[in-house]
Design a protein around this ligand. Structure first.
Ligand code: NAD
Length: 462
């Protein structure tokens, strides 16, 4: 039986294309679907549809949009199992991780439906109530969302939730490697009764569609999550038209273990965040900084934890080759590598690296494969300096005793998010932002809503 075909989502229309792109099951290599290969003309159609929808969507007002978003959230909830199953197959993460991703992502839509209702216009009266300063949150307009494959549903809904609340229309361009669940999220907007043109999804080649979206005069903002390499290109395309831009990029997370830390907790943080999604997470733990006297204790815990891991396949064909390359580089520079072998198909063994330091690729650059490096320290100041050394600043972790010092150390880590004594990173109420080379702009939280707003001051003098 031929694989099912999924057309473009251009508002309420489903549009076939001359060419189609295969999507495979990462565990078996079987082609499970084909998605439309959109072209620049399809981007033009989606932008025109979004621009046509924008005035009425804005005019619906915060309360009207909140109601529409609640219906959308309910439809997404009803399809959670289907979305998770798609992610599991096209991206390869274990089903339980896919279910958690979808459940947390749907919470984002519920949260921002509530935020829509709190989008007040402010008025500072002048000589009379009808004069003075009215400050209103206008939507930024039509937004292109360019998203990666590693959290295909979450990273769409982190953008779509606040964008819809603000009154924006959005065109989603998911990653070619895992487009099915992201496309389904957009497809369901029609079932939920969102107005035609408020949500579209153009699947296809990243560079071709990226350029078409980022240079399009009808696109007001580009919200990008992905690699720094592509972000530089996206920013260059957006610059001549001074488009609003948010760039959520990679990280190089440290786990700083203090001398009074609970080592079981520290090991759990390292194991969960070092190896979740086969290491393909922007918030991964990559370097574990541990007081030298505790090094053997933490390594023993990691060894037994790693032996019990059951990783899914890697999400891209590049993943296993990169894992091997990084571990070869570490060995060549004198580090000790435990595990890490390539297995059949897209599977790899998790790896533990000791004796590595700056200059070793996986200590300096985001690995994006299942590997953690243990770096012992003698002086806490040196450990903080190492935590802050790479040009990344997304998520890091600190484990320490229940004292003021633990929090003081956490506040000195130069990252948008620092998690203390645990591994749960994201809540929709709080901002998620990359510092330094990890990006510009903020997602989630109140700042994540304001990222889709442009303020207008109506100065009424008489
Ligand atoms: P990527 O940069 O290769 O791709 C991201 C998106 O850009 C995809 O939609 C892709 O199709 C598109 N694209 C690829 N090449 C392009 C080009 N030349 N021009 C325009 N668009 C292009 O990233 P990826 O490999 O899909 O994702 C992994 C990266 O994303 C990692 O660095 C990871 O840390 C980062 N990430 C960041 C966050 C965050 O919130 N900060 C979250 C998840 C992932």
């Amino acid at each position: 039986m031929p694989a099912p075909r999924y057309p473009l989502v251009i508002g309420d229309r489903r549009v076939d294309t001359p060419d189609w792109l295969p999507v495979d099951d990462r565990a078996t290599g079987e082609v499970i679907a084909e998605v439309a290969a959109g072209r620049p003309g399809d981007v033009d159609a989606a932008v025109a549809c979004a621009r046509a929808a924008l005035p009425a969507w804005e005019a619906l007002g915060p309360v009207g949009r909140a109601g529409a978003m609640r219906r959308y959230a309910a439809v997404l909830d009803a399809h959670q199992p289907g979305l998770a199953a798609l992610i599991h197959r096209e991206e390869g993460k274990p089903l339980s991780e896919a279910q958690a991703e979808v459940a947390r992502a749907c919470e984002v839509v519920h949260h921002f439906a509530g935020e829509a209702e709190r989008l007040w216009t402010m008025h500072l009266p002048g000589a009379s109530l009808s004069t003075g300063s009215t400050v209103r949150p206008a939507p930024i307009g039509v937004v292109a969302a360019i998203t990666p494959w590693n959290f295909p549903v979450a990273l769409v809904l982190w953008k779509l939730g606040p964008a819809l609340a603000a009154g924006c229309c959005m065109i989603v361009k998911p990653a070619q490697e895992a487009p099915l669940a992201a496309r389904m999220v957009c497809d369901l907007a029609t079932e939920a009764g969102l107005p035609d043109g408020v949500v579209s999804c153009i699947t296809g080649d990243g560079p071709v569609l990226g350029e078409a979206l980022c240079t399009h005069p009808g696109v007001d903002k580009v919200a990008f999550t992905g690699s720094r390499r592509v972000a530089e290109q996206v920013a260059a395309w957006a610059a001549p038209r001074i488009k609003a831009l948010s760039l959520e990029l990679g990280g190089h997370g440290s786990l700083l273990v203090l001398d009074d830390a609970d080592l079981d907790t520290a090991a759990e943080v390292a194991l969960v965040q070092g190896f979740a999604n086969c290491g393909q997470a922007c918030y991964s733990v990559n370097r574990i900084l541990v007081p030298r006297p505790l090094e053997d204790d933490i390594i023993a815990r990691l060894r037994s934890g790693i032996a019990a891991l059951d990783l899914g396949p890697m999400a891209t064909d590049r993943g296993p080759a990169r894992h091997a390359m990084l571990l070869d580089d570490a060995r060549a520079k004198g580090a000790t590598v435990e595990g890490g072998a390539l297995r059949e198909g897209n599977y790899v063994e998790p790896a533990l690296v000791t004796g590595a330091g700056p200059g070793v690729l996986l200590v300096d650059e985001e690995p994006f494969t299942p590997v953690v490096a243990v770096l012992p320290y003698d002086d806490l100041e040196d450990a903080i300096a190492e935590a802050n050394r790479p040009d990344y600043g997304l998520v890091s972790y600190v484990c320490g005793g229940p004292s003021r010092r633990t929090l003081d150390v956490a506040a000195r880590i130069e990252c948008g998010t620092v998690v203390v004594n645990g591994w749960r990173v994201v809540v929709p109420q709080a901002p998620y932002a990359g510092w330094k080379g990890s990006g510009v702009g903020t997602e989630l939280g109140r700042p994540g809503l304001e990222a889709f707003i442009r303020w207008q001051h109506l100065r009424v003098l008489a």
